[in-house]
Write a protein that binds this ligand. Structure first.
Ligand code: DP6
Length: 362
C-alpha cells in the first residue's frame, strides 16, 4: 500500500446531502437489524444547500483507528449502524490509483486503512427534521466515492438504509419512493426516484421551527414501541398506506396539488394518531404544532381547495408545502401574523427555500 509514499499521504472526499421529508411516512420495522420497513414510503428531497449535511471522509496510513466527529464533537463509532455502513462499503471497495502522488490502494488495503469522518448539519440535530436521513446518506455516499465503490445509487440506498431507514431516500433528489421489498435479506428494499428535482418546481417548502430541542423519544425506539403495542399500525400498514402510495404517485406524476396536499396531511395526521395509539403514547407535536394545523386547515377550507400541505415528522416542527411562490409569500405573512417570533419564544425561525427568513428570535 503506497509503500513508496511513506506514511504521509491523506486521501479525502467531501460531499453534501440534503435531508428529505416524507409525505407518506415510514413508521415501523419488520427487521430491526437490517432496517426493513412494514410499508413503502414517499418523500421529497430538499434542494441542495438547505437543511443538509456536509461530510468529509479521509484515509491515511497514519490513522490508527476509525473515528467520527459530529457537529464538532467526537462520538463513538462503536454503534452498530455506522459500523454496518462502513463494513458494507469496505467490502465493495475497489482498487484506487493516483499516479501523480504515488498512491496505490488495493481492495485488500481498504480493509486495513482506518477512516476519519467529520460531519456537520446546518440544522438542528434530532429535532424531528430528519437529520439522520441526510447524515447517513452523506456518509455512505462520501465513503463510496472515497473507496471507489462502483455500485449505483439504488444499491447505495440499500446500504444507507442500514444506517437509518429514511436515509435511503436522500440518495436521490426530487420525489423518491422507498420500496419496502419482500426479501428477508433486504436486497430489494431500496429507494427509487419517482420524479427528478425539476419535475414540480412550483412547490415551495417552508419549515416552521417550533422547537430545536432534541426530541424525547427517538424515531427508532418510538416506532419499535408502536409495532409492539399499536393495533392501528397494522391497519395503517396493510390497508391504508398501499392505497395512498398509489394515489400519491399519481398526484406527483400529474402535479395534482389538491390530491397531493390531501394525502400528505392525512398521512401526517395518521402517523401522529398511530403514535398516540402506542403504549406509552408518544406526543411529538405540541400546542404550537396543533395551532399551525388549524391555521392551514382553516385557510384551505376558506379557499375551497388546498393551498398548503402540512406534514410533521417525529417532532413539533411544521413542514409546510405551498403550491407556488405567491402562496408561499401569503403563508409566510399569515405565519408571521399568527406566530410573531418575538412574542412566541416557541416558534423561533422559518426556513424557506434557500433563505432563512427569521432566525432564533426567541
Ligand atoms: C417520522 O429513519 O429516523 O421521519 O430507521 O430507526 O433510523 P430509523 O428511523 P428514521 O425514521 C424516520 C421516521 C419519520 C418518517 C419518515 O421519514 O418516513
Amino acid at each position: 500500500m503506497a509503500a513508496e509514499s511513506g506514511e504521509k499521504w491523506v486521501l479525502s472526499v467531501t460531499a453534501q446531502t440534503p435531508t428529505n421529508i416524507a409525505v407518506i411516512k415510514y413508521w415501523g420495522k419488520r427487521d430491526e437489524e437490517l432496517i426493513l420497513p412494514i410499508n413503502d414510503s414517499i418523500s421529497v428531497t430538499l434542494d441542495p444547500g438547505h437543511l443538509c449535511t456536509t461530510t468529509s471522509v479521509a484515509v491515511s496510513p497514519a490513522f490508527t483507528h476509525d473515528r467520527i466527529w459530529l457537529n464538532g464533537k467526537e462520538v463513538s463509532l462503536s454503534g452498530g449502524r455506522f459500523q454496518n455502513c462502513l463494513r458494507e462499503i469496505r467490502s465493495r471497495a475497489t482498487d484506487y490509483e493516483d499516479e501523480k502522488r504515488g498512491i496505490m490502494i488495493t481492495k485488500k488495503d481498504w480493509e486495513k486503512l482506518r477512516v476519519h469522518i467529520v460531519s456537520y448539519n446546518n440544522f438542528p440535530t434530532a429535532a424531528g427534521l430528519a437529520s439522520s436521513a441526510a447524515g447517513l446518506a452523506c456518509l455512505v455516499f462520501s465513503l463510496a466515492k472515497l473507496m471507489n465503490v462502483k455500485e449505483d445509487h439504488s444499491q447505495l440506498s440499500a446500504i444507507a438504509r442500514q444506517g437509518s431507514g429514511s436515509a435511503c431516500r436522500s440518495l436521490y433528489g426530487g420525489f423518491v419512493k422507498w420500496i419496502m421489498g419482500k426479501e428477508d435479506n433486504g436486497s430489494d428494499s431500496i429507494a427509487v426516484q419517482l420524479a427528478d428535482e425539476n419535475h414540480w418546481d412550483d412547490l415551495v417548502i417552508i419549515i416552521a421551527v417550533v422547537s430545536s430541542k432534541q426530541k424525547e423519544t427517538s424515531s427508532t425506539s418510538g416506532m419499535r414501541d408502536t409495532v409492539e403495542t399499536s393495533e392501528l399500525i397494522k391497519h395503517r400498514a396493510k390497508e391504508v398506506v398501499p392505497k395512498r402510495i398509489k394515489e400519491m404517485e399519481a398526484a406527483i406524476a400529474k402535479r395534482d396539488f389538491p390530491s397531493f396536499a390531501r394525502l400528505a396531511c392525512a398521512d401526517s395526521n395518521q402517523f401522529h394518531a398511530v403514535c398516540l395509539d402506542t403504549l406509552p403514547p408518544i406526543f411529538y407535536m405540541n400546542d404550537t404544532s396543533h395551532r399551525i394545523i388549524s391555521c392551514v386547515e382553516k385557510w384551505n377550507r376558506h379557499e375551497g381547495s388546498p393551498q398548503v400541505a402540512y406534514t410533521f415528522d417525529a417532532g413539533p416542527n411544521a413542514v409546510l408545502i405551498s403550491k407556488d411562490r405567491k402562496t408561499a409569500a401569503l403563508l409566510l405573512q399569515r405565519l408571521l401574523f399568527q406566530f410573531p417570533p418575538q412574542s412566541d419564544a416557541d416558534l423561533n425561525s422559518y426556513v424557506i427555500g434557500d433563505k432563512t427568513i427569521l432566525k432564533d428570535a426567541g
